[in-house]
Design a protein around this ligand. Structure first.
Ligand code: TYM
Length: 337
């Protein structure tokens, strides 16, 4: 088993990232280490170039995101943790795969459509070719499993399509790239905004009230949950009663994911009660579970020397692991090396 996944170092790590992806990174890091496999996790700083950005902020956010994933439980002794920019093989393999990816495939990517909106002519070329870089990220290491939230599923399917076509066209009967499987958590695949139950919780939402950041203090978390959008109905007796109640479903889902309980279990406790009772309980649960993470994060976030050394060492290991596959891809394409 080889696990690979990434996160963009733009803004704060939020509850959606944590429940949708990072918690699985941590879980899988231990499973894989026990089974003698390897896990690689990276800050996708090259992906961050796809949107307008301020260079100094990207540097700061890359270090902060490294501190955040370590605070969540990623152990650089067990996993290889690095930032993409220190492993040039990602960008090189993207170019090699650009010859295989079809325009029609990229045209179907819903994330591009969402992010570009009506402004297609003025977004960067990187926003469009971004999924090919994401394919390179995982194929480079022969990833078998990729823990992500639901919103990355389509990008992973594209990575499989690219791998399959490359193997067919250039493999000469051999598998040059492994086809990766997404690992998407049941129940936390899509954590929604606290202000709109139909929009995903996201770093790019203009309102900070829409998300819980892992760096938020207890008062901020309680205030955000208190002000979260809800409806006037009491909580229902079963999950079916949450249908058509996007905000209520989201808050109950967050409670269940955070407590490690089923929706039915949570509803059995809160059925018939209003949000006046449920919200403080949810806020307290979040504060209790996130407090140790935010304490570790605050202790590490300003220690640039330690963070840079962890990322540097991780990148060195990643470069070594990437080299044989990259070399094979060059040769398969007939490029003289
Ligand atoms: P990014 O940085 O947007 O998000 C990081 C991870 O968090 C998950 N996630 C969510 N899960 C549930 N609910 C939400 N509201 C939510 N918001 C975010 C994402 O699904 C993701 O797993 N393109 C990727 C980064 C990337 C990558 C890769 C991932 C680059 N290369 C290779 C896997 C493999 C991204 O922008 O994720």
């Amino acid at each position: 088993m080889r696990i690979v996944s990434g996160i963009q170092p733009t803004g704060n790590l939020h509850l959606g990232n944590y429940l949708g992806a990072i918690r699985n990174w941590v879980r899988m890091q231990d499973e894989v280490a026990q089974a003698g496999g390897q896990s690689l996790y990276f800050l996708a700083d090259l992906h961050a170039l796809s949107q307008p950005h301020v260079p100094a902020e990207l540097t700061a956010n890359t270090r902060e995101m490294a501190a955040a994933v370590i605070a969540c439980g990623i152990d650089p002794e067990k996993s290889i943790l690095f930032n993409q920019a220190q492993v040039p093989a990602h960008a090189e393999l993207q170019w090699l795969l650009n010859g295989t990816a079809r325009l029609g495939w990229l045209n179907r990517m819903t994330q591009f459509k969402d992010k570009a909106g009506k402004n297609r002519d003025s977004v960067s070329a990187a926003l469009y070719t971004y999924p090919v870089l994401q394919a390179a990220d995982v194929l480079l290491y022969q990833a078998t499993h990729v823990p992500v939230g639901e919103d990355q599923k389509q990008h992973l399917e594209l990575a499989r399509d690219i791998a399959q076509k490359f193997n067919n066209d250039f493999g000469d009967g051999e598998e040059i790239f492994t086809l990766p499987e997404p690992i998407i958590p049941q129940g936390a695949a899509r954590i929604m905004s606290l202000r709109d139950g139909n929009a995903k919780m996201s770093k790019s939402d203009a309102s900070d009230m829409s998300r819980i950041n892992l760096s938020d203090d207890a008062d901020t978390i309680m205030a955000k949950i208190r002000k979260a959008k809800t409806d006037p109905e009491p909580l229902p007796h079963d999950a079916e009663g949450l249908e058509g109640r996007a905000e209520a479903a989201n808050l109950v889902g967050i409670y269940a994911a955070m407590a490690g309980e089923s929706i039915a279990h949570v509803l059995a406790r809160f059925a018939g009660q209003g949000f006046g009772a449920f919200k403080p309980a949810l806020g307290e649960l979040l504060v209790a579970r996130l407090a140790p993470i935010s304490a570790r994060f605050n202790a590490l976030r300003h220690d640039h020397a330690t963070l840079d050394s962890i990322l540097g060492q991780g990148a060195e290991k990643a470069r070594r692991l990437a080299a044989p596959t990259l070399d094979r891809a060059y040769r398969a394409l007939g490029l003289l090396r």
